[in-house]
Design a protein around this ligand. Structure first.
Ligand SMILES: *Cc1c(COP(=O)(O)O)cnc(C)c1O
Length: 422
C-alpha cells in the first residue's frame, strides 16, 4: 500500500503533502479541549461527524429567509422550502448508489425503519422471521423485536441472528449465505447493517442481497455506518429498501434529518400497505388539499410531513463538500488512512476486531482492549477523541474529509507511548 513506508513523522507529512483532499480539513471545526484550549484530534466521525464551517451560514440563511419572508419562504427561490430537498436528493443518491427518486430525506433513522417495515415486513405463518446480524445496533434490534410482536409473533422466535463462529468476532460471508440457504424460506425480511457499528465490518452485500432475494426474502439495509464512509450500490444490488442517518460520516449535525431508499421496482407499488401523510401525496396536486390521496411515485410516497428546513440546510453544506471531494477519492484515502494506522501500530500487543482486508472495512477500526474506558480517557488527556462500546471495544474512525495522515501518526504515537511507560 505504501512505497517506502517509514514510521517517522516526516513520512506522515509527506503523505499529507501528496494528499489531494488535504485542504478539505480547513472546512471543518475541530472541538476544543476545555482544559488546554487546544484543538483536539477527532476520531469519532462514526458517532457524530464534525461541523462543516459552512453549516452555520447555511442555517443562518434559512433563519434570515424565515425572518424576512415568513410563509412566502415556502415558494421563494432559491431553494423554496416546499421542495428544498429537490437538489439534495441527487447528492444523497450519489452517496448510496441510487437514483434520485429512490431517495427521500425525512425523520430519524428508526422512524424511517418502522415506516418502511410497515410496507416491507409482511410476515405470514410460514414466512415470518427477521434475519439480522448478531450485535446489530440496539435500535434496529428493538425495531425488529417490536415489529414481530406488533404482527402477533413471538419476537424470540421471529428475530433470528447470524452469529460469528465461536471465538470469532466477524461474520463470514459463506456462513451468512449458508444460513440464508438453510432458513431463507422462513425469512420474511433480511435486515442487515451495511457496516456493523461495533466491529466496523463492511458486509459483502452483493452476494448476500442476491441470495436473500433468490430465496424470496425482502431485503432492508441499514446504512447508518456506511453512508459517506464506503461506496454503496443500493440500486444495483437490488435492495428493497434502506435507511440511514446523516449525523455520522455525513456530518449534518446532531439529530440531523435521516434518509431512506425504496428501490425503483417499488416506485409504482401504490398497493403496498403504508402510513400516509400529505407529504407523500403527489407534489403537483398536494396543495389542492384533496379529501382522498394520490400517492407520489418512488420514495417520496412514504413521506409524511413537510421538511425540516434548518436540519436540511446543514445537510446542504455538508453534501456540497462530499460532492466536491467525490466518494471514490474519499474511499481511496480512507483505505490508506486505516492501512497507515495499522502499519504504525504493528507489533503492539493489540487485538484488532475490524477486518484486516480493506475491502471488508470502512474508516472505523475497533479493538478489543482490557480497559477500554481508562484507555479512551488517556487518549482524551492527550487531546484525541475516540469512543468505547461496552464492555471492551475501543472504536476510532478516520474521516477522509478531515483526518490527516499526521493525525493518525499522532494517535499511533500516543498509543505506543502507553506501552513503553514503566
Ligand atoms: C446510529 C444508528 C442508529 C440511530 O438511530 P436514530 O433513529 O437515528 O437515533 C440506528 N441504527 C444504526 C445501525 C445506527 O448506526
Amino acid at each position: 500500500m505504501f512505497l517506502n513506508f517509514r514510521p517517522d513523522e516526516t513520512f506522515a507529512r509527506e503523505l499529507d503533502r501528496a494528499d489531494e483532499l488535504a485542504d478539505f480539513r480547513t472546512h471543518f471545526h475541530f472541538p476544543v479541549n476545555p482544559a488546554t484550549g487546544k484543538l483536539q484530534l477527532y476520531f469519532c466521525g462514526h458517532s457524530l461527524g464534525l461541523q462543516p464551517v459552512a453549516a452555520r451560514q447555511a442555517v443562518l440563511t434559512e433563519l434570515d429567509r424565515w425572518a424576512s419572508l415568513g410563509v412566502a419562504g415556502h415558494f421563494t427561490p432559491p431553494h423554496p422550502w416546499a421542495d428544498y430537498d429537490a437538489d439534495l436528493r441527487p447528492l444523497v443518491a450519489e452517496l448510496v448508489g441510487a437514483q434520485p427518486d429512490e431517495v427521500a430525506l425525512a425523520n430519524g433513522l428508526t422512524v424511517n425503519l418502522h415506516l418502511l417495515l410497515a410496507s416491507f415486513y409482511r410476515p405470514t405463518r410460514e414466512r415470518f422471521k427477521i434475519l439480522m446480524e448478531a450485535r446489530a445496533f440496539p435500535s434496529d434490534r428493538y425495531a425488529a423485536l417490536s415489529q414481530a410482536a406488533f404482527h402477533g409473533f413471538d419476537p424470540r422466535e421471529a428475530v433470528v441472528e447470524m452469529r460469528p463462529r465461536p471465538g470469532e468476532d466477524l461474520l463470514r460471508t459463506e456462513d451468512m449465505l449458508e444460513q440464508l440457504e438453510r432458513e431463507g424460506d422462513q425469512v420474511a425480511l433480511l435486515l442487515l447493517g451495511a457496516v456493523n457499528y461495533a466491529t466496523g465490518q463492511f458486509f459483502e452485500l452483493a452476494p448476500l442481497v442476491a441470495q436473500a432475494r433468490a430465496k424470496g426474502c425482502v431485503v432492508c439495509i441499514d446504512a447508518a455506518h456506511a453512508i459517506g464512509n464506503v461506496p454503496l450500490a443500493l440500486h444495483d444490488w437490488d435492495v428493497d429498501c434502506a435507511v440511514w442517518c446523516h449525523y455520522k460520516y455525513v456530518n449534518a449535525g446532531p439529530g440531523a434529518v435521516g434518509g431512506y431508499f425504496v428501490h425503483a421496482r417499488h416506485a409504482q407499488r401504490f398497493d403496498l400497505p403504508r402510513f400516509v401523510g400529505w407529504w407523500g401525496h403527489r407534489a403537483d396536486t398536494r396543495f389542492l388539499m384533496p379529501d382522498t390521496y394520490e400517492l407520489a411515485a418512488g420514495a417520496a410516497g412514504w413521506q409524511l410531513s413537510n421538511l425540516p428546513i434548518l436540519s436540511l440546510a446543514a445537510l446542504r453544506a455538508s453534501l456540497d463538500l462530499f460532492h466536491r471531494a467525490r466518494m471514490a477519492r474519499l474511499r481511496a484515502k480512507a483505505v490508506r488512512l486505516t492501512a497507515y494506522a495499522l502499519a504504525l501500530l504493528d507489533g503492539l500487543p493489540l487485538q484488532l476486531i475490524t477486518p484486516r482486508d480493506p475491502a471488508a472495512r470502512g474508516g472505523q477500526l475497533s479493538w478489543r482492549v482490557p480497559e477500554a474506558r481508562p484507555l479512551a480517557a488517556w487518549f482524551q488527556e492527550q487531546g484525541m477523541i475516540v469512543d468505547v462500546r461496552e464492555p471492551d471495544i475501543l472504536r476510532m474512525a478516520v474521516a477522509p474529509l478531515y483526518t490527516s495522515f499526521h493525525d493518525v501518526w499522532q494517535l499511533a504515537q500516543v498509543w505506543r507511548a502507553r506501552f513503553t511507560r514503566t
